[in-house]
Design a protein around this ligand. Structure first.
Ligand code: SF4
Length: 367
């Protein structure tokens, strides 16, 4: 993997900065303000992605704030320029989902992913602005989706990964009926300054236990574990080099005002004396295609690519990880050309070690 691809696999769109919750680990800077995306921004992006969508499946991921806080009328106006050409996804806290939203999802064939951290007692960080737990509203939203027969994925933040919790978590998601589960170990980024340093053995044991729980009932696509197993199988087959994409996906995030942040949605809305506002242009004044073609002229991006090369030459996990994420380097190191972060230790290195530990334990038991 070298450099940045000229064509993205998907775009992330921010229909509003507003969120109705105030989760303890949230990284978003303007979540109390309702800065809505004008339709002109969606029109500019839709005109640019039309060609990409013609040549294959292309996704638009609506990610806020809370995207449903933009309101159904406004979200429909933002969807309209895309016609039926793309696959729409929303990442939602589910608290606003009602029958009308389910009809909206069905009408636009929206793929829904819900943020929920497991059973009630593990959702303590997901609260409203008054500090009231959001769990009942989240599960009410999920039940509404189910009543309408709308499938959904889940995204679960784990703040303190350790042995003894993964089985309970996995069983909760099995009972919930989701199709896909992604696990994010809490990250120190954006306005969330909490340190994400954990005991390495505890984090590996968490992942190993999660694999064991999943193998007993693998009816959910468990994002991190399935990817790791695919990598391990490719290493055994001698095809691991072909597994990572040849170039990094630029993942353009289109902020509410049309400004474009590449590679890491989490950098949108931040400013730094050295790097400015991290944007690479604005779709209202520059075609997205040109912004992507000139990506490496954004100073922080060329610094990040130096960091990826440093990972390539120094880290034995590079073939699995590919250099991880720009935002984690910035928010942990204050720059982009460092290598290891707590994020990559928790979510790349310990993940691979945990899966391998599970395989070794299993082999020992089988013998
Ligand atoms: S695991 Fe960390 S140090 Fe290794 S390649 Fe990934 S980001 Fe770089």
């Amino acid at each position: 993997m070298r450099g940045i691809a000229a064509q993205p696999g998907y775009v992330v769109m921010q229909p509003t900065t507003l969120c109705n919750l105030a989760c303890g680990y949230c990284y978003l800077p303007f979540r109390r303000e309702n800065r809505k995306m004008p339709v002109a921004v969606a029109e500019a992006v839709a005109a640019e992605v039309a060609d990409l969508a013609r040549t294959g499946r292309f996704s638009v991921v609506w990610h806020g704030g809370e995207p449903l806080a933009a309101g159904a009328t406004h979200l429909a106006a933002l969807f309209a320029p895309f016609g039926g050409a793309v696959e729409h996804h929303v990442q939602t806290n589910a608290t606003l989902i009602d029958d009308a939203w389910c009809e909206f999802f069905a009408e636009y064939d929206v793929r829904v992913s819900v943020s929920v951290d497991g059973p009630r007692e593990r959702n303590g960080e997901r609260v409203d602005r008054g500090g009231k737990p959001a769990y009942d509203l989240i599960t009410k939203g999920i039940r509404t989706l189910q009543r309408h027969g709308i499938p959904f994925s889940t995204l679960c933040v784990v703040s303190d990964p350790r042995p003894g919790m993964a089985t309970e978590l996995y069983e909760f998601f099995l009972g919930l009926g989701c199709e896909v589960l992604g696990i994010n170990v809490e990250e120190q980024e954006g306005v969330n300054l909490r340190l994400n340093q954990h005991d390495p053995a505890a984090v590996s044991a968490f992942w190993a236990e999660l694999v064991a729980a999943w193998r007993k009932a693998p009816s959910i696509h468990l994002r991190e574990v399935e990817w790791t197993l695919r990598y391990a199988a490719a290493v055994l087959d001698g095809t691991a080099d072909a597994l990572l994409p040849r170039q990094l996906d630029p993942i353009p995030t289109i902020a509410y005002d049309g400004s474009v942040v590449l590679l890491s949605p989490e950098l949108a809305g931040f400013h730094d004396l050295r790097y400015g506002d991290f944007t690479s242009g604005n779709v209202l004044t520059t075609p997205l295609r040109r912004i992507l073609a000139e990506a490496t002229s954004t100073p922080w991006i060329s610094e990040f690519l130096n960091g990826v090369e440093a990972c390539r030459t120094s880290c034995p996990y590079f073939g699995f990880c590919g250099g991880a994420h720009a935002a984690n380097r910035y928010f942990e190191h204050g720059r982009f050309d460092g290598t290891e972060t707590n994020h990559c230790r928790n979510s790349k290195i310990r993940l691979l070690e945990g899966v391998l530990d599970h395989a070794r334990d299993h082999e020992a038991t089988a013998v």
